[in-house]
Each structure stands twice: as C-alpha cells, then as structure tokens.
Ligand binder design. Structure first.
Ligand code: PMV
Length: 330
C-alpha cells in the first residue's frame, strides 16, 4: 500500500494554453514538450487505515488550502479506480523551486499519479496514466513520457481521447540542450490555471493563438523528428511569444515577465547575433529557458551564470519518463 515514483518536469515547445473543459482539464490545443533530465519530483504515497485523513507534505512543508485540495482530488480519482476509501500520507520533494514557472506541477502530478496507482495495486497502461495525470495538472500528462511528448487534445467530451504520447525517446536527440535559469525563485502570484481561463474568456488575441497553433505544432513535430534545430528554436520561440501576447492582452492583464526576464531574452538575442545559435521559451512565470545545441551549452550557461539577475542555472537534456523508485521518503 506504499509506493514511490519519480517524474521529471517538462517544458513545452508548443504550449498548452486554454481549456475547453475546466473539470476534466481538456485543452483547446495540442502541445509538444521535452522532458528534462535535470528537474524532477520524487513522491511517496501510502494508503493505510492508520491515516485518518489525507496528509500531504511538499518540500518539508505540510500543505493546506487549495494546494491540498488539488492533491486530495487527484487521490480521489485513484481511490475511485481502486475502489477504496483509505486515506493517504503523501510526501513529495522537488530538486528545484516549485511554482516559479519551472513546471513543478507537471513533475509533481506525474509522480503522484504513478506512486498512488502503484500503492493501490493498480496496473495501468501509460496512456491511461497520462489521462489520470492530466486531470491533476494538464502538463503532467506529458511528463509520463521521456524524451519528447505530444499531448493530443482530443475531441470527446469525456476526455477519453485527450492524452500524451511519445514522439521520440531521449536517445533520439542527445545533442539538444535546454538551459533553465532561475531569475527569482518566488512563487508566482497568478497560477497558470487562473491566467488561462481569463485569457480564453477575454483576450482578443486568443483567436489568433488557436488559428496559428496547428502550424507551430507541425513545425515543431517535424523539427524534432528530423532533428532540425533552427526550425525547432524558431517555432518554439514564436509560440511562447504568442502565448504571452494573449496574456498581455487579457483584462486585467497578466504579465509574468520581470525586468530580469527581458534582460535574459535580450541576452539570448545578443548571443544569437554573435553566432551562438540559441532561442528562448517562457512559461507562466519569469524564468527564461534557452534552447541550444549541447556543443554551445557550456558557453551559454557560463554567460548566463555571470548575469547579476540570475540566481541558478540548470543545463538539461531530454530525460526519462515517470518511473518507480525504491528511495522511499518516509
Ligand atoms: O499544467 P498547468 O496547468 O501548470 O499549465 C501549464 C501551462 C504552461 O506551462 C504555460 C504551458 C505548458 O504547456 O506547459
């Protein structure tokens, strides 16, 4: 009745932005991501009579309120499948700051879903696991897979055709790197969830997002399959800017960028101009992630580390999918 799982975070190259169903977490558009080797969450879940209610600890802190509710909701999904009412103790540890736009909800919900299903003795296929993880946090469905994954949006009302699948394993493109820098490790004020629904509701740019996202998906999918770096970086950068344009133009506006974010974007453009080919992508937070080839990663990381704005730098490559672990957290 106890299991531990580790899942890596993933960064979208074509972003998931906007839901068509808030409860089931069904997206308006498909998305494509790279699972990162350097950022991960490990979670131990134990179901037992001795636990009188669900108790959740993340990075040494007991969680309460909305954060606890989200985990309990996910545990309820798994309990329903396993036909049990047992309460759980869940302990989770991230090797990076959570809720700062480094996709901790992706690795967190992927690890939780795998640990909880295993603890309750459920044997489910990756596709089903991905659909379950999706209901915790949309982007989590992609972290079930290593390498490169596409979350296919689907069209069914019950969500039965909205899941992630692997486009290519991590061995497919080991020369590709993603540099993740932390400019301010504060927790963000507007969660992706709230930002997303507001954007769908009233950004005049949201229509343009939906009208052009298929083109981005096609370009990024092909770039991954054929290992075309320039095509990948160009399409990913444009896609991130379009997503932020929808946020900048929603009312009230949502601007996740900090002055440091812009400084970093400019630095990426400067390096690119100097002949070090690299591109940026940004999620629901101030962090800038740089897509580059491994041969330039050391040089870029050194430049970025030298910037006053930057607190921490992780050089990542495509990583593994969610997996069981024997390193119990309690
Ligand atoms: O899964 P959520 O609800 O944390 O949303 C993630 C949204 C983005 O990170 C901005 C984009 C993405 O596809 O990961």
């Amino acid at each position: 009745m106890k299991a531990t799982a580790t899942a890596n975070s993933n960064i979208a190259l074509v972003k998931y932005w906007g839901k068509r169903d808030e409860r089931l977490i069904l997206p308006q558009n498909s998305s494509i991501s790279m699972t990162l080797d350097g950022l991960y969450t490990t979670t131990t879940a134990e179901f037992s009579e001795k636990h009188r209610k669900d108790e959740v600890t993340i990075d040494g802190k007991k969680v309460a309120g909305e954060e606890l509710d989200r985990v309990v909701r996910q545990l309820n999904l798994v309990r329903r499948l396993a036909k049990t009412h047992l309460s759980a103790k869940v302990t989770s540890k991230n090797n990076f700051p959570k809720a700062a736009g480094l996709a901790s909800s992706a690795s967190g919900f992927a690890a939780l879903t795998l640990a909880a299903t295993k603890a309750l003795g459920l044997h489910i296929e990756k596709k089903e696991l991905s659909m379950l993880a999706r209901q915790g946090s949309g982007s989590a469905c992609r972290s079930i897979y290593g390498g490169f994954a596409e979350w296919v949006k689907g069209s069914h009302h019950d969500g039965s055709d909205s899941y992630a699948k692997q486009l290519a394993p991590k061995e497919h493109w080991p020369e590709l790197a993603m540099i993740v820098s932390v400019v301010t490790a504060e927790e963000k004020k507007v969660k992706s969830r709230a930002g997303m629904s507001q954007t769908v509701a009233n950004s005049p740019m949201y229509r343009a997002w939906l009208e052009t996202v298929e083109e981005d998906l096609k370009n990024v999918r092909e770039a991954i399959m054929e290992r075309k770096f320039t095509q990948l970086g160009t399409a990913a950068e444009l896609n991130a800017l379009k997503m932020h344009a929808t946020m900048h133009t929603t009312t009230p506006h949502i601007i996740y960028w900090q002055p440091e974010t812009i400084t970093m974007m400019k630095e990426v453009m400067q390096m690119h101009e100097e002949g070090i080919e690299c591109y940026f992508t940004i999620d629901g937070g101030p962090q800038v992630k740089i897509v580059c080839m491994d041969k330039n990663a050391g040089k870029i990381a050194k430049r970025v580390k030298g910037m006053a704005e930057v607190e921490k730098v992780y050089v990542c490559h495509a990583g593994e999918g969610a997996r069981l672990s024997n390193k119990e957290l309690f």
